[in-house]
Design a protein around this ligand. Structure first.
Ligand code: BGC
Length: 766
């Protein structure tokens, strides 16, 4: 229905406008019945619907919905279309439950494996995370349901999440932490964004004008609304002015009144309130108009999707002597309480009531022809080693051909609200694995956990399947992989460290009591391990299959490319399935700058594609690279800048293995500064065609002068100083223009100013 929102706003009282800026209750917005403004409902998210039966009553029970794998698992599928399908299913469930906005996707970067909420987040890599988030948004919103991309921004820990100030340098903020939000907001066109609890660089996210207005609204053109995380408001009027439209949930009339008072006293321009209300009404009406009353979804079908998705997400980490897939006739000891009582989702706001729950034990009984027997091995309560349970499990394991142990992290080990302090699994489980593996050489471990764990038992067992928190079909999906009904194709979306001390944020996580300093800067995840030449337990992008793939060839359709917004290069790669069974491969493309003038990670993920290959089949995959594939965030121009230079394009099955390589020359047409000043550097001018000849000429003259002076000094001192000057001169290009003046340069201030004017004129930067 078309409405004139501006006209509606004109007919609203200040009180009515202010009332829209906070919720009605825990989950809804306020209606204004007089003007036909409806109330809309929103609920968690992200990997399924957590809706309380009565949205106005906090104690009312959660209605059943399909629990899909949580973010950590979903991202390991590296499958955009699958994420979109999951989003679509979630959107359908929202329609069926009359929910207009689902609170997700959660796209915060995994800065440390200790963050208690990593199970909800996608990746340590902003490109992968952004792609996953974008396709989630596509899927949900196509169903006429809005998303809320959260938690904006730099909410990378649970410790002191309400009060911690994340101190992040501007370049890191853009290249790592904001980059993850960019796709869901710009390409995905997410209807809403949820701001985080914490502060970023001294300002609460809920009143951070830089984040909410400069970046989100102006740079990215977000035209939806920003809501607070639940209770994340600090100063209501300041928040509104900074670009925060909706405070959630409703806690009483005071904050609405503050807005009213501020407008009435002239402290707040009414126009600011009107602009916020316009955004609010745009989303409210859009959501309302897309409602599908009476919509129903097929629970079985969605469960089937949950099962297919879970199997796509699981990552095979080890498979010695091809012990997997199991043969149906093998007798199996199924060990571990998780086999009967799955850990399949995380704790906190995303915790949903599943429509059903598949236990691995039942699924294995179903899949196997041989004998299957069970032993609990550990108690779900507490973390004490139970020798009786272990002894029973060991006895069972040695009486069968294979032992499959279901282990991982219990609910109490990771959750929203708290961070982990170590990477260990419960000692009861570690001891169980050790003793079972000592008695049964064919031991397989299936893990259920939301984030990496240490595996001191890794060399004792033959196979490890990382199941993450795989949702309500976790058990059937695990059995599908264990018995080869599905060939595993998940790849790690995060690095598994060898030890906590090795992790990038180790020195600065979770920070002090007021502040956390992102001291590792850009070097998050594999960017750190690669730069430090640290060998992790399992690298980013890693994952095994029951078949083998050969990366045959690579070609790039051009040798040179410009950094314009339209110029692109196409990289084509051929991959063949060289094994005996059909399988899927995630082909990963990384870009490596060869000689950059700024500090950059060794290489960065800039493309990936998941392909299905029959045995013997080869496919070509094409990747389109654009300016962004090469760019870094230049803080002087506050924009992405792709430097002139050579770049290597590396393609392979994981970050640690890139058998195919090609190179490309990038020619920058951009200017990495706002204006030429006395401190603009020669190398910057040399890289710009308009200024290169002039810069080369003056630099040459200056170098000559330095050499001459060096020779003079050397002569006077009778020393080898002139060689030193010859070496020093090599660094000249990194000097500022200012060095043309003074004692060594010899140029007068007037001459220097004239030169700067000339250069600015050449670049049209007057
Ligand atoms: C969480 C959000 C969630 C909200 C509503 C907060 O505590 O951080 O992710 O959407 O609660 O449940």
């Amino acid at each position: 229905m078309s409405r004139n929102i501006k006209e509606i706003i004109k007919s609203m009282t200040i009180e009515e406008k202010a009332s829209l800026c906070s919720g009605l209750n825990m989950w809804q917005t306020k209606p204004v019945e007089r003007l036909g403004i409806p109330s809309i409902s929103m609920t968690d998210g992200p990997h399924g619907l957590r809706k309380q039966g009565n949205l106005g009553d906090m104690s009312s029970k959660t209605v059943p919905s399909t629990c899909f794998p949580s973010g950590a698992g979903l991202a390991s599928s590296w499958d955009r279309q699958l994420i979109r399908e999951v989003g679509k299913a979630i959107g359908e469930e929202c329609q069926a439950e009359d929910v207009q906005i689902i609170l997700g996707p959660a796209v915060n970067i995994k800065r440390s494996p200790l963050c208690g909420r990593n199970f909800e987040y996608f990746s340590e890599d902003p490109y992968l995370s952004s792609e996953m988030g974008t396709f989630h948004v596509y899927g949900v919103q196509r169903e006429g349901v809005g998303t809320s991309v959260k938690h904006f921004a730099a909410n990378n820990q649970e410790t002191l999440r309400n009060s911690i100030n994340a101190v992040v340098d501007e370049r890191t903020l853009h290249e790592i932490y904001l980059r993850s939000f960019e796709g869901p907001v710009t390409a995905g066109d997410a209807w809403t964004v949820m701001c985080a609890y914490n502060l970023v660089n001294g300002e609460f996210c809920s009143e951070n004008e830089y984040l909410l207005t400069e970046v989100l609204k102006k740079k990215w053109g977000h035209n939806g609304l920003v809501m607070t995380d639940w209770g994340a408001i600090n100063e209501r009027v300041k928040g509104l002015r900074a670009g925060l439209e909706l405070e959630m949930p409703y806690v009483g009339p005071e904050h609405d009144q503050m807005i009213i008072d501020a407008v009435k006293s002239g402290e707040l321009d009414e126009h600011v309130l009107d602009t916020a209300v316009e955004r609010l009404l745009t989303v409210i009406f859009k959501a309302y108009d897309h409602k599908k009353p009476g919509f129903a979804y097929d629970k079985e079908e969605h469960h089937g999707l949950a099962r297919r998705t879970a199997a796509e997400c699981m990552v095979l980490l080890k498979n010695e002597s091809s012990i997997l897939p199991l043969k149906p006739e093998q007798s199996v000891a199924v060990i571990g309480a998780f086999a009967k009582h799955p850990r399949y989702q995380g704790g906190g706001s995303s915790h949903i009531a599943p429509t059903r729950l598949d236990a691995a034990y039942d699924a294995i009984v179903e899949a196997a022809d041989g004998e299957v027997a069970y032993a609990a091995g550990y108690s779900l309560k507490g973390d004490t080693v139970n020798q009786d349970l272990i002894a029973e499990a060991v006895k069972l394991a040695s009486s069968k051909e294979v032992a499959v142990i279901f282990a991982g992290l219990p609910d109490s080990f990771e959750s929203e609200g708290i961070d982990r302090t170590h990477l260990n699994m419960p000692s009861s489980q570690i001891e169980l694995i050790r003793q079972v593996a000592a008695a049964q050489p064919n031991t397989v471990v299936v893990l259920s956990n939301g984030s990496p764990v240490a595996m001191p038992w890794l060399s004792d067992v033959k196979a490890v399947l990382e199941g993450y928190l795989a949702g309500q079909a976790t058990g059937t999906a695990a059995a599908d992989i264990l018995y080869g009904k599905v060939n595993p194709s998940g790849k790690l979306a995060e690095t598994f460290p060898a030890a906590l001390e090795q992790t990038p944020a180790y020195l600065n996580f979770p920070g002090g009591k007021s502040e956390v300093f992102y001291g590792e800067g850009l070097f998050v995840g594999y960017r750190y391990y690669e730069a430090k030449k640290e060998e992790p337990l399992f690298p980013f992008g890693y994952g095994l299959s029951y078949t083998t793939f050969h990366y045959e060839k690579i070609s790039v359709d051009r040798e040179r490319m410009r950094d314009t917004d339209t110029d692109t290069a196409v990289v084509t790669v051929t991959v063949r399935n060289t094994g005996q069974v059909a399988g899927k491969e995630v082909v990963q493309l990384y870009v490596k700058p060869i000689d950059s003038s700024v500090v950059r990670p060794v290489k960065e993920l800039k493309g990936f594609e998941k392909i299905h290959l029959e045995p013997g089949e080869a496919k070509t995959v094409s990747f389109k690279l654009d300016k962004r594939s090469f760019a870094y965030y230049n803080t002087e121009i506050q924009d992405w800048f792709a430097e002139t230079g050579a770049y290597e394009i590396l393609v392979g099955p994981s970050s640690a293995e890139t058998p195919l390589a090609a190179s490309i020359q990038l020619i920058s047409t951009g200017v990495p500064f706002k204006k030429v000043t006395r401190n603009t550097k020669f190398f910057e001018l040399l890289a710009i065609p308009e200024t290169a000849p002039m810069a080369a000429e003056i630099m040459e003259l200056s170098m000559e002068r330095i050499k001459q002076m060096g020779a003079m000094f050397a002569e006077s001192m009778d020393s080898g100083l002139s060689e030193l000057f010859d070496a020093v001169v090599q660094w000249k290009k990194y000097d500022g223009l200012r060095s043309l003046g003074g004692m060594i340069g010899g140029m007068s201030e007037d001459q220097l100013a004239a030169l700067i004017d000339d250069l600015n004129e050449k670049l049209g930067l007057q």
